[in-house]
Design a protein around this ligand. Structure first.
Ligand SMILES: [Zn+2]
Length: 90
């Protein structure tokens, strides 16, 4: 696992959130959990999130990535939560 923000592997444990281990990066000081979205490259998921923020519907995004709408919703939901979480920390 790498830091979700800067990609560093220098991090330490920083307590638990909702039963999940939380880590704090020693380089950029951001905190993150080890819940990574699996399957597709992160860049693709971030692109999906960008599209969604721009007002593209989930079904359109799902079509573009050849995925089901619930799968895309999950990406967007998870990534948005991570973003909010990280912004709060920095
Ligand atoms: Zn970092």
């Amino acid at each position: 696992m790498k830091c979700k923000k800067c990609g560093s592997v220098k991090y330490c444990k920083a307590g638990k959130v909702r039963g999940m281990q939380r880590y704090k990066c020693k380089i950029c000081q951001s905190t993150f959990t080890d819940t990574s979205v699996r399957g597709r490259p992160l860049s693709q998921k971030l692109f999906a999130l960008t599209l969604w923020k721009e007002g593209v519907t989930l079904s359109k995004i799902a079509e573009q990535f050849d995925l089901s709408t619930p799968a895309v919703w999950k990406w967007v939901h998870v990534l948005e939560k991570q973003e909010t979480f990280q912004n709060k920390g920095s």
